[in-house]
Design a protein around this ligand. Structure first.
Ligand code: FES
Ligand code: ZN
Length: 280
């Protein structure tokens, strides 16, 4: 597999720029990438290796029928071929449920419930295994959509979380998104030319969430106003100090009564999902 030099240089330049500009990590930091098997996280691990980093990968089997099975096989194949240490977590063994099992209870919010499971398990794994930074493969388009969804409410705390790096704090590992300056189309182009294995089909629940609907809206805007998405997100980054300085009420965190992980509620979201399933 030979990636055309021009394709590699264009991509690696943006990743290096993001790592440096947002002080994402240092050469000796222990890095773990949340590897979903999709094009973005596969490309992220590959490019980090080319840049001389040694990330490990973490795959979470969420229990989404054939999709999870295919994604796990892809992650295994990619990591085996590239010589990358891969950790696999069966989410149901940790939470007590699969995403398929709770999907009927949350027809419009399953992506949000799934997001809570992912955040919890990725974070706990990274802390337990003493990684310095947890990396995800969110690209510029993902980040623009996320920002747009968050500023619907003009909630400063949420807008501040739209930044591509979040420092470690009590109970939370440092998180970073090194593909935040890379457009989705560029990653699609890269993954095809690189001939790396990846799961092309999207999660069967993806079209049920608000993020998907926002994605559709953004596609429409972009086709009318080319470059809008990039401009929107980059201007947010350029003006981030304004948002960063907005006062937000401190969230009080306490151990979840059920699992002990820090939570803003007496029982964390994931434990609530399990309790509701059991009650049913
Ligand atoms: Fe979580 Fe699709 S990956 S609902
Ligand atoms: Zn809990």
């Amino acid at each position: 597999m030979t990636v055309p030099q021009k394709t590699y240089l264009k991509l690696s330049k943006k990743v290096k720029q993001a790592i440096r500009r947002f002080a994402m990590f240092e050469p000796n930091d222990r890095l773990v990438v949340a590897l979903s098997g999709g094009k973005d996280s596969i490309a992220l691990v590959w490019i980090l290796r080319q840049l001389g980093y040694h990330p490990e990968a973490l795959f979470l089997n969420l229990g989404i029928g054939e999709h999870s099975a295919e994604a796990e096989q892809t992650a295994l194949r990619f990591c085996r071929e590239q010589g990358i240490v891969l950790h696999i977590i069966d989410a149901a063994a940790e939470t007590g449920f699969t995403i398929d099992q709770i999907s009927a209870d949350y027809p419009d919010h399953i992506c949000s419930a799934c997001g809570s499971v992912k955040r919890k398990l990725y974070n706990r794994f990274a802390l337990d295994h003493h990684f310095d930074v947890l990396l995800t493969g969110h690209n510029l388009d993902d980040e623009a959509i996320f920002l747009f969804s968050n500023n619907r409410r003009w909630d400063w705390a949420y807008i501040q979380k739209s930044y591509p790096v979040l420092a470690a704090k009590d109970g939370f590992v440092k998180r970073a998104k090194p593909l935040c300056l890379v457009r989705e189309a560029q990653l699609e182009d890269f993954i095809l030319k690189a001939e790396l294995p990846y799961v092309a089909s999207s999660c069967p629940y993806a079209k049920k969430g608000n993020l998907w609907r926002t994605h559709q809206i953004f596609s429409g805007i972009e086709s009318t106003l080319p470059g809008f998405v990039e401009e929107y997100y980059k201007n947010f980054l350029a003006n981030y100090s304004f948002f960063q300085d907005r006062p937000v009420s401190a969230m009080s965190l306490s151990p979840c009564r059920s699992c002990g992980d820090l939570s803003t509620q007496p029982v964390c979201k994931v434990c609530l999902l399990r309790q509701r399933l059991w009650q049913r």
